[in-house]
Design a protein around this ligand. Structure first.
Ligand SMILES: Cc1cc2nc3c(=O)[nH]c(=O)nc-3n(C[C@H](O)[C@H](O)[C@H](O)COP(=O)(O)OP(=O)(O)OC[C@H]3O[C@@H](n4cnc5c(N)ncnc54)[C@H](O)[C@@H]3O)c2cc1C
Length: 378
């Protein structure tokens, strides 16, 4: 991935040959993800994600985008739905498939409760009809399987939402604008337009009985166990932190080597405390981030509740660490850090998304603050 990173960043296209190679070695597959999720310590996943991102975060995200769709199915679907659709999120090495998880809308990013995409049940045909526009969706429009979160009863806010599988080639789903981005440019990000998009009744994740029960409880004002999209994000946050960590470690290692080589005023720049102390702080923050990521991953795998927002802590700290470390790395490389011939400026561009997607840093702080205080802080 490293030698290919610059090319795919410039091309801003899905790196199909590399996804194919990942499929051939078994990395891009339902089996690999299932094995990583099943591994008892919970650490296989963050280790793999850190390494992928160390190789290249954009290509890494192109390989991992499908896993977000899979996570949407795993958190809200029945075991039968997971076994039916999970493998289809990846396809086979001979016929690669992609998945996407479509929640965000132009007026509903952090505020997932105000989704406008509607899902209406057509009882006569046992079909759901989806209408709306999703935005900034990784693999949006090019995916074979789209997992779409839509509102069934807008008056109930997030409790009136459900997740749906949109199977391959379903009429009524199309790609809108493809976005040109600051970083992770090998990962495709686009709008997804749903226009009278009909999916069979069995594509409602969790099934109709469970949804009816959930809606009825919400209408009676009975407390819920959490909203559909949020459940997915809770499970995937430490993994997102692990990706940020991979970028941070790449930049740290590169700038450490550079600081030992680069001479100014007749000595290696690392001999200046101002440079050496930066590297000491970079290493310390990266290790602290990794411990938070591993703790949350272990807790998630072993059924421990995130009582203090530990999943959010890991993603927040690792994301902000990656932004900070990559900026310091640019400083250590000086002019070489700022030009595209060197990878460091790309790492800085790639790192910034980790304070934005899957919950911004502000939203992570809200979650932690609410968890530790029990107060509904706004
Ligand atoms: C490259 C990329 C890939 C993405 N991939 C996907 C995907 O695959 N699927 C998907 O569904 N979405 C995806 N997203 C969307 C992403 O999750 C949202 O952009 C993100 O949740 C933020 O939402 P927003 O952009 O609407 O910002 P807003 O919610 O408008 O927030 C703007 C600012 O206000 C702050 N803010 C908002 N509310 C509060 C509050 N209550 N308290 C304090 N501060 C607040 C935010 O922290 C932020 O700083 C992707 C986005 C990008 C850029």
């Amino acid at each position: 991935m490293r030698p290919a990173a610059h090319e795919w960043d410039e091309r801003e296209e899905t790196p199909w040959p590399i996804i194919e190679e990942a499929a051939r070695i078994g990395l891009y597959s339902f089996d690999f993800i299932a094995q990583a999720f099943a591994e008892p310590s919970g650490l296989m996943m963050p280790v793999a994600l850190e390494e992928l991102s160390w190789g290249d975060a954009g290509i890494g995200m192109a390989i991992l985008g499908s896993t977000l769709g899979l996570a949407g199915i795993a958190s809200n679907g029945t075991p039968e739905q997971l076994m039916e659709w999970g493998p289809q999120c990846y396809g086979t090495p001979e016929k690669i498939q992609l998945a996407a998880f479509a929640v965000s809308e132009a007026d509903a990013g952090s505020d997932v409760s105000s989704l406008r995409t509607r899902a209406v049940y057509d009882e006569a045909k046992d079909e759901w009809v989806l209408n709306g526009t999703k935005t900034w969706i990784s693999n949006g429009g090019i995916a074979d399987i789209h997992v779409v979160v839509a509102s069934v009863d807008p008056e109930l806010g997030s409790r009136g939402q459900a997740s749906f599988i949109v199977p391959p080639k379903t009429p009524g789903l199309s790609q809108g604008q493809k976005f040109s981005k600051m970083g992770i440019r090998a990962s495709h990000t686009a709008e997804v337009i749903l226009q009278d998009c009909r999916v069979p009744g069995h594509c409602l994740l969790g099934g109709k009985d469970k949804l009816d029960e959930k809606l009825s409880r919400a209408r009676q004002g009975i407390k819920s166990s959490g909203q559909a999209a949020m459940k997915t994000f809770e499970a995937t946050r430490p993994g997102v932190g692990a990706q940020a960590l991979g970028i941070a470690r790449a930049a740290y290692e590169y700038s450490l080597d550079y600081a030992k080589e680069r001479k100014a005023f007749g000595r290696a720049i690392i001999e200046n405390q101002s440079i050496a102390f930066k590297l000491a702080d970079m290493k310390m923050r990266i290790d602290a981030a990794r411990l938070l990521v591993w703790r949350a991953s272990w807790m998630g795998r072993n059924g421990k509740d995130f009582v203090a927002g530990e999943g959010s802590m890991s993603k927040l700290f690792a994301g902000e660490t990656a932004v900070w470390v990559t900026e310091e790395a640019i400083q250590i490389l000086g002019g070489y850090g700022y030009v595209r011939d060197y990878p460091v400026e790309r790492w800085h561009r790639d790192s910034k998304i980790y304070t934005i997607f899957e919950g911004t840093s502000e939203i992570q702080r809200l979650i932690i603050a609410r968890a530790i205080s029990g107060v509904h802080i706004k």
